[in-house]
Ligand binder design. Structure first.
Ligand code: NAD
Ligand code: TYD
Length: 340
């Protein structure tokens, strides 16, 4: 099977490429189209860079000429669209690139897939499109979309665009909506890697507001297996939720991380809350379980320990991604917040 993966140098995309090549061996050909933004990192793919079944193409999913010729040349059996501006806080500080990549980029890929009649198109999305869910409810795939941030609004828009290509053109599009991922190689702007890497450096851990916001944690390899299950057994035109079945308040996650690295809770520092902060995400994954047989395999405790150990063993990776642009982003997002 030939895969065109976009955003394969990021956190989840690189885990997916590594899984594909490990699992399918020479039965898979993988082309990875990635712009290498601040979040893209070819070090995440060092293990597969010499694999004859793998090819990297440096480029932008918004570049219609490039995307068209790549789809024409590679004739993929499936396009898997991970490429995105993926961080809520950055989308609040600077929404323009979020709309460009997440909407125009998805549109550009869909158009190329339509022109070249790509047999499968999987658009990777997020539970954030449902917005905050009051307890005790869980969002199923028919829940209304209530995006709160520029990030989640752009993902909701791209989901609808992708699904419209099924309804209008009969294109075999599927959308997956996953809960919060964690695992090795995650950029330290998201909660878990930021807290672990700060704790390892004895830096303050910024807790937004009261820290009682709830997220449902999904180990990245479980997410990648779910995407493969949807590609293999999902139905065109359908949305599939992918939850981790492990809902925890942020403060609880951070306390466990501190215990795992042996650092004191006094490192936690309450800072001003995120504007429009969603209180609780909760997903029902009954549909993907029923239709594909997928279920998450990695319990949070196990995945968290594996993640912490990975960050402890990879100080060069952390130092590299935290140099340069990261410093100005960190200052921009956190400096005034802490003072307030
Ligand atoms: P990430 O930020 O780690 O990686 C994004 C990748 O996309 C990077 O390699 C980047 O270089 C690339 N990219 C960005 N703009 C591009 C463009 N215009 N053209 C080509 N490549 C471009 O993101 P992630 O956490 O791996 O998320 C991957 C996907 O999964 C996203 O679509 C995101 O919305 C979705 N998702 C993420 C989570 C999560 O918890 N991280 C949960 C659910 C869904
Ligand atoms: P994040 O990893 O940014 O994912 P998302 O906002 O997409 O769910 O944040 C997860 C939760 O952690 C969210 O409720 C915001 C909170 N958070 C903090 O309290 N402090 C931080 O420094 C960050 C990055 C997040």
């Amino acid at each position: 099977m030939k895969f065109l993966v976009t955003g394969g140098a990021g956190f989840i995309g690189s885990a997916f490429v590594r899984l594909l090549l490990a699992r399918q061996g020479d039965k898979a050909e993988v082309v990875n189209l990635d712009k290498l933004t601040y979040a893209g990192n070819l070090e995440n793919l060092a293990a597969v860079s010499n694999d004859p079944c793998y090819r990297f193409v440096h480029g932008d999913i918004c570049d219609a000429k490039l995307v068209n010729s790549l789809v024409a040349e590679t004739t993929p059996d499936v396009i898997v669209n991970f490429a995105a501006e993926s961080h809520v806080d950055r989308s609040i500080l600077s929404p323009a690139p979020v709309f460009e990549t997440n909407l125009r980029g998805t549109f550009t890929l869909l158009e190329a897939a339509r022109t070249h009649k790509t047999p499968r198109f999987l658009h990777v999305s997020t539970d954030e499109v449902y917005g905050s869910i009051d307890p005790p409810y869980e969002a199923n795939e028919d829940f209304p979309l209530h995006a709160s941030s520029p990030y989640s609004a752009s993902k909701a828009g791209s989901d609808l665009l992708a699904l419209s290509y099924y309804t209008t053109y009969g294109m075999p599009v599927m959308v997956t909506r996953a809960s919060n991922n964690y695992g090795p190689y995650q950029f330290p702007e998201k909660l878990i890697p930021l807290m672990v890497s700060n704790a390892l450096e004895d830096k303050p851990l910024p807790i937004y507001g009261d820290g009682m916001q709830i997220r449902d944690w999904l180990f990245v390899e479980d997410h990648c297996r779910a995407i493969l299950a949807v590609i293999e057994r999902g139905r065109p035109g359908e949305v599939y939720n992918i939850g981790g079945s492990r809902a925890l308040p942020n403060i609880e996650v951070v306390k466990r991380l501190l215990a795992a690295v042996g650092k004191p809770e006094s490192l936690m520092q309450t800072v001003k809350d995120r504007p429009g902060h969603d209180r609780r995400y909760a997903l029902s994954s009954a549909k993907i379980r029923r239709e594909t047989g997928w279920h998450p395999r990695v319990p949070f405790e196990e995945g968290m320990m594996a993640t912490v150990e990975w960050y402890q063993s990879n100080p060069e990776w952390i130092a590299h991604v935290k140099s340069g642009e990261y410093q100005s982003y960190y200052h921009h997002n956190y400096a005034n917040r802490a003072a307030e």
